[in-house]
Ligand binder design. Structure first.
Ligand SMILES: N[C@@H](CCC(=O)N[C@@H](CS)C(=O)NCC(=O)O)C(=O)O
Length: 205
């Protein structure tokens, strides 16, 4: 059984959702952030040197990085490629990989900068225009890709949707979705899924 080290509130709820969608048996170890610093508690460093979440343990494997965890879970537990294209169709698979890594590799950084400047209580002359411009660029890109699609790659949920949902939900928390009805509707649809609801109920998110 997979053990998921789940830190509230953050990315790891999307890993719980992944495990629910795929139907993998798991147990949660739940951690709370320090309410003043908002950082993870030191116990997480006893699990993994970085002290971040999500981290999973599965049959002796200790794995961090949400995208690696998604890929591992699907490789091991989604033998029929229900949630990802088969590598046999190389171009489809490459396109999937692009959307799988994109949220964490490109979208998260400007959102983090925005979150930190908002938390500081004042705009920054260099950082604020950069993060605002990048967020607009990326959100228009995601909205254009979504278009009329139900999911980021078409009409079925894939591994790429978990990270996309994460960055959109982070933007919602920062109050940034006002100009992006396509993203808001997508987020609402992902949250309405039974597996998402089960994840939230299990993780007491
Ligand atoms: N790139 C990593 C980022 C992991 C990460 O930074 N997780 C956050 C939670 S969303 C965390 O543990 N933050 C607590 C801290 O750094 O103290 C991933 O995708 O898993």
């Amino acid at each position: 059984m997979i053990t998921l080290h789940h830190l509230r509130i953050g990315r790891s709820i999307f890993t719980v959702w992944l495990l629910e969608e795929v139907g993998v048996e798991y147990q949660l170890r739940v951690y709370q952030r320090n309410p003043e610093t908002m950082r993870a508690p030191p116990e997480l460093k006893q699990v993994h040197p970085l002290g971040k979440s999500p981290v999973i343990e599965d049959e002796g494997l200790l794995l961090s990085e949400s995208v690696a965890i998604t890929s591992y879970v699907l490789q091991k537990y989604d033998a029929d490629n229900e949630f990802s294209p088969s590598p046999d169709s190389l171009q489809e698979w490459a396109h999937y990989m692009q959307w799988l890594v994109y949220p964490e590799a490109s979208v998260f950084a400007p959102l983090l900068l925005k979150m930190l400047t908002l938390r500081s209580g004042e705009e920054h002359s260099v950082i604020s225009p950069f993060s605002d411009g990048e967020i607009e660029l990326h959100f228009n890109h995601i909205a254009a890709q979504l278009g009329q699609r139900s999911f980021i790659l078409g009409e079925r949920l894939t591994g790429a949707d978990f990270g996309i949902t994460y960055v959109i939900s982070m933007a919602e928390r920062l109050g940034l979705l006002g100009n992006y009805p396509t993203l808001a509707a997508y987020l609402q649809n992902m949250r309405a899924r039974d597996a998402f609801q089960r994840a939230v109920a299990n993780a007491v998110e």
